[in-house]
Design a protein around this ligand. Structure first.
Ligand code: NAD
Ligand code: TYD
Length: 337
């Protein structure tokens, strides 16, 4: 039995991960440390909340005393760090919390993990640390880190801290850098859920700039299988890029969603571009495919339909999020974030 501290497990990717792990294996005890910011939602985890191999703790990864206490209490032997402020637009509006959580928070986890001599520290990172590509080329693990937004620079800071703990202290760090995820339980501030929900309300769909920015999309389940593999088999001190080679222009995605929902393209509204907007991301994932035998299973054309169907079937979930009900409930239960 392994005792694993999973951070940020009430968010989009982390909750999909915990649900997947606890339904598919019984050799991990998971302590989920999550601050329950606006992006964290315990309803994402109702299917497994009573699992005997699961414990939720509300708290901040940058709270050293709490992290220490959890390592001791639960005899933690490994960490998977999903916790982060994750939205580029919010990082442009205010960057401080991004550096506090993503850089300082990760450093606190690394420090305590070092003190307790963990077996593995998996840092969940993003392709955005590499910056932006031109019309051709792919990010490889050797592409220099060159982030452009406060969000991506804070994630790059966390990656560099993690790698420095490997080089300086021999900490058992492995990093995954994944492209844009989509799927169930994604907070409706990100492109795909925002466009689905606006279209359902017949509201305008705000497309930044010329709509020709490119992202390389991966279904969240494929990402989580890569994290599980990298955690178990990934080499210490190594970075693994994760992506499904499914590049799409933003405007193509928006039109696809409108088509699936049977709505008119007249809902599209081109709006002022995001400052510093990265033009194109595209991942070369041959390293994880060759070394860890990972490969993506979901094709965009089918999984986007599944995703739209999920949002159609879970209207009350996103309606409560949009009204801010969860935040109010957690504030009543635990106090202000
Ligand atoms: P999310 O915003 O949906 O969830 C983040 C979670 O972290 C929330 O539950 C939030 O409450 C929690 N959290 C925030 N600050 C915290 C703190 N200080 N202490 C404890 N918990 C805290 O994000 P996501 O999309 O699920 O992303 C998860 C991770 O994956 C992030 O590290 C992100 O950088 C990375 N990533 C995301 C994508 C993507 O497309 N969404 C792609 C590649 C990598
Ligand atoms: P987003 O989901 O915020 O992910 P990221 O910026 O981390 O890649 O945005 C994906 C792309 O969609 C990005 O090029 C910005 C664009 N976008 C819009 O055009 N309109 C929107 O309302 C949002 C949220 C994003």
């Amino acid at each position: 039995m392994r005792n694993i501290l999973v951070t940020g497990g009430a968010g989009f990717i982390g909750s999909n991960f915990i649900n997947h792990i606890l339904k598919s294996r019984d050799d991990w005890f998971i302590v989920n440390l999550d601050k329950l910011t606006y992006a964290g939602n315990l309803e994402n985890l109702t299917e497994i909340e009573n699992n005997k191999n699961y414990q939720f703790v509300r708290g901040d990864i940058s709270n050293r005393e709490l992290v220490n206490y959890l390592f001791e209490k639960y005899n933690i032997d490994s960490v998977i760090n999903f916790a982060a402020e994750s939205h580029v637009d919010r990082s442009i509006l205010g960057s401080e919390i991004f550096y506090r959580t993503n850089v300082i928070g990760t450093t606190v986890l690394l420090d305590v993990a070092k003190k307790f001599g963990v077996e593995k520290f998996l840092q969940v990172s993003t392709d955005e640390v590499y910056g932006s590509l031109g019309a051709t080329g792919l990010f490889t693990e050797n592409t220099p880190v060159s982030p452009n937004s406060p969000y991506s620079s804070s994630k790059a800071g966390a990656d560099l801290a993690a790698l420095s703990y490997y080089h300086t202290f021999g900490a058992p760090v492995t990093i995954t850098r994944c492209s844009n995820n989509y799927g169930p339980l994604q907070f409706p501030e990100k492109l795909i859920p925002l466009m689905i929900i606006n279209a359902l309300h017949n509201k305008k769909l705000p497309v930044y700039g010329d709509g020709l920015n490119v992202r390389d999309w991966i279904y969240v389940i494929d990402h989580n299988r890569a994290i599980e593999l990298a955690f178990e088999k990934g080499k210490i001190g190594e970075v693994y890029n994760v992506g499904a080679s499914q590049e799409m222009k933003n405007i193509e995605i928006v039109k696809l969603i409108l088509g699936i929902l049977g709505k008119s393209d007249s809902l599209i509204e081109y709006v002022k571009d995001r400052p510093g907007h990265d033009r194109r991301y595209a991942i070369d994932s041959s390293k994880i495919q060759n070394e860890l035998s990972w490969k993506p299973e979901f094709k965009f054309e089918q999984a986007i339909v599944k995703t739209v169907e999920w949002y159609l079937a879970n209207k009350s979930w996103w309606e409560r999020i949009i009204r801010g009900d969860y935040l109010k409930y957690y504030e009543n239960q635990y106090g202000k974030v």
